[in-house]
Design a protein. Structure first.
Lengths: 166, 529
């Protein structure tokens, strides 16, 4: 197959007037000066509306008595494509299986939301949250207590029976 | 042997007379679901999940007890069989808690598998489930009554194989549970751990393994139990470069489907911290860490300088045949006599499995006692693996210690030696005088072979990455012996074994490939000669 080259016609220098284009641009600028259309969000005074399926940093749901809902089944570290979840299971004094260690490295996380999708007890969620700045890198490894403290809204994941979230 | 020919799922198969339909189908690679049937136990045909359609029979037949007959036409996947099995599975799930996320069996559970393959998508039961909670059966065994499918494999195992009837079914119908007779339960039974393996669901679980790892997360490596000279075939289940548990591997010549609790519990030493991690040289306070290249070069130079000096070697009954063979080859190359000593712990008595007499917890509590004897090592010391090394300790020639931790020896050990080489997993006070301390791998970190008490040569495979710079003993010793003799370094454990088999008559004709996963028995006179 031969390669065809499309030759673009360009205005020739010295034979084309830019006056018309300049005037059109100036008129647009003038129009905005008179009737401004604001697109700038005055963050942080104004907060953006996040999409219902926005996937941000995680949150662990808790029972009414303050225990984490997680049962340490091991599905989220297994499904996690970024391998960012560390889980060590154990048993509490009432004989319930619970996570002794549950850590998510938010730097490593790719926010795919598969951990939330796979969770059989709806414990781990990705959240509608994006303000995560910290002073040190190690603060981005969220441990169980930190995940349970998070109180931002959680993400609605894609529902195959309701693909448009209606 | 009389054989019968029958058709299963439109494939024709010829099997010995007396084979059940389930086993015949297994030979064709067709798995018929089953709970109560286990190849090592009798089949009571009570779980009703292995029903198949046999042409001419008025009803579906339980394939585990229906014997194959000439001209039979069997359908394991006919509409009637599938419908019936679906119904049976629905009944199993009426009271099952469906707690797979917190169940230790999840991932290797036969109820999970069959329901996923053939069961209903959604249950129709509206009634509340009956709840039993869990029961401590003693020993290493926990019982979750809610998950039980009443296959009674555990009851039959204790009756038929352990011959120690400690379990039974109490109550009837939906209230039926497995229970123990007395307070002690399974405590003290040397084989009770097997009921956890044969439980098809998560009803019987190991306390030791509880919540430790998920079954689907474990890597399985075929190996040989190192706890006694029976050499039960096992699987190492590993994760995060640690051995998480041991499971028996079927070998009908050695251990059937079973292993003893002593061997099953004895795996923590693979994961023990404080191992030797780098080769070092220099006596006492002058000991310096280094790399293998310089350590082996210096050791080689010393061996050449001392050529012709008398060599005393101390082997270990836990070292592989390859390692012990290489140790003798090195001793020979360095100019000494090709014989050595080893010490091993011995139990007071043997512990045979009553229903499977081939499996015996042997007196020798190390895997390769018979391999060491076969190669010409002599056992010294007492039953606690102590003493017997006075001559070696005061030897003024070359002393090589492989794998023996010298726990009972004083810091003077090898003080007179012209050259003292200590190779082991752990450092020892008696290694203080060693000119070279070389770290070697454990049986979980290397390939090799053991010879068991029946004279059976069995292979084990590498399941873990070696710790630090630890290397297999056959490699280290083989490299030195090769350099001294001009033969070169063995490239693999298989090559090391092949060289050994060529030099030692009892092993003649054997190779790693010929040993396979199940091992080969040596001729009786060779094994005990």
């Amino acid at each position: 197959m031969s390669i065809s080259v499309k030759v673009m016609k360009r205005p020739e220098a010295g034979r084309t007037s830019y006056m018309r284009a300049t005037l059109r641009g100036m008129s647009l600028t003038l129009r905005h000066l008179v009737r401004p259309r604001s697109v700038t969000l005055e963050y942080p005074e104004e907060q953006p509306d996040l999409h219902p399926r926005w996937r941000g940093t995680h949150r662990m749901e808790v029972h009414a008595d303050g225990r984490p809902k997680c049962v340490a089944c091991g599905l989220c570290p297994t499904v996690c494509p970024a391998n960012c979840i560390r889980l060590v299971g154990g048993e509490d004094d009432q004989g319930n299986r619970y996570p002794i260690v549950y850590e998510i490295d938010e730097f490593r996380c790719i926010f795919c939301g598969m951990c939330q999708e796979v969770c059989p007890v709806e414990a781990i969620h990705v959240g509608q949250h994006f303000e995560n700045a910290e002073y040190t890198r190690d603060r981005f490894v969220y441990d169980l207590d930190r995940l349970m403290e998070q109180d931002h809204p959680v993400t609605d994941l894609w529902d195959p029976s309701d693909p448009r979230s209606e | 042997m009389r054989t019968v020919t029958l058709t299963i799922d439109s494939a024709e198969v010829t099997v010995p007379k007396g084979t059940s339909l389930l086993q015949a189908a297994e030979g064709l690679g067709i798995e018929v679901p089953h709970y109560c049937y286990h190849p090592g136990l009798t089949a009571p045909a009570q779980c009703r999940i292995c029903l198949v359609e046999v042409e001419g029979a008025p009803k579906l037949q339980p394939s585990c007890v229906t014997m194959a007959e000439d001209g039979q036409v069997v359908r394991t996947d006919s509409d009637a069989a599938l419908r019936m099995r679906k119904g049976v599975l629905e009944f199993y799930l009426v009271n099952h808690p469906l707690d797979c996320p917190i169940c230790d069996m999840s991932g290797e559970c036969m109820l999970q598998d069959y329901v996923f393959d053939e069961g209903r998508e959604k249950g129709r039961s509206r009634e509340p489930k009956r709840v039993f909670g869990r029961d401590d059966f003693g020993g290493d065994v926990l019982y979750y009554g809610d998950r039980c499918v009443m296959c009674t494999r555990c009851v039959r195992f204790m009756d038929e194989v352990a011959r120690d009837s400690r379990l039974t079914v109490v109550e009837r119908g939906s209230r039926a549970v497995i229970d123990t007779f007395f307070e002690e339960g399974l405590e003290g039974s040397p084989f009770a751990g097997n009921v956890v393996d044969i439980c098809p669901v998560g009803a019987l679980v190991s306390k030791d393994f509880l919540h430790k790892a998920r079954a689907w997360d474990l890597d399985h490596t075929p190996s040989v139990c190192t706890s006694c000279s029976q050499g039960c075939n096992i699987e190492l289940h590993t994760r995060d470069n640690l051995v998480q548990r041991l499971k028996p591997r079927a070998n009908h010549e050695v251990n059937g489907h079973w292993m003893c609790d002593y061997g099953r519990a004895n795996y923590e030493w693979y994961n023990r911290a404080g191992r030797l991690e780098e080769p070092s040289s220099g006596r006492g306070g002058k000991r310096r860490g280094g790399d293998w290249k310089s350590a082996l070069e210096h050791l080689f130079v010393r061996l050449v300088e001392l050529a012709g000096t008398e060599v005393r070697v101390v082997g270990s009954p836990s070292a592989s045949v390859e390692a012990l063979g290489a140790l003798l080859a090195l001793a020979e190359a360095a100019g000494g006599a090709a014989s050595g000593v080893f010490r091993s712990r011995r139990a007071e008595s043997e512990d045979p499995m009553p229903g499977f007499p081939l499996l015996v917890r042997r007196r020798d509590l190390a895997a390769n006692v018979d391999g060491a004897r076969l190669l010409g090592f002599e056992r010294v010391g007492d039953d606690e693996a102590a003493g017997g090394l006075e001559e070696v300790a005061a030897h003024d020639g070359i002393v090589v210690v492989l794998g023996d931790e010298l726990a009972d020896q004083s810091a003077d050990f090898g003080g007179e030696a012209a050259l003292y080489v200590y190779m082991g997993h752990f450092d020892s006070p008696a290694a203080g005088n060693a000119d070279f301390v070389l770290p070697i791998t454990t049986a979980a970190e290397e390939e090799g072979t053991f010879v068991n008490a029946q004279g059976r040569v069995q292979r084990y495979w590498q399941g873990l990455q070696p710790l630090g710079a630890a290397r297999p003993a056959w490699l280290v010793l083989g490299a030195l012996a090769g350099a001294l003799m001009g033969g070169g370094t063995p490239a693999s454990a298989a090559k090391a074994f092949a060289a050994l088999a060529a030099a030692h008559a009892p092993l003649e004709g054997l190779s790693h490939e010929a040993l396979g996963e199940l091992g080969v028995a040596l001729a009786a006179e060779a094994a005990h000669g």
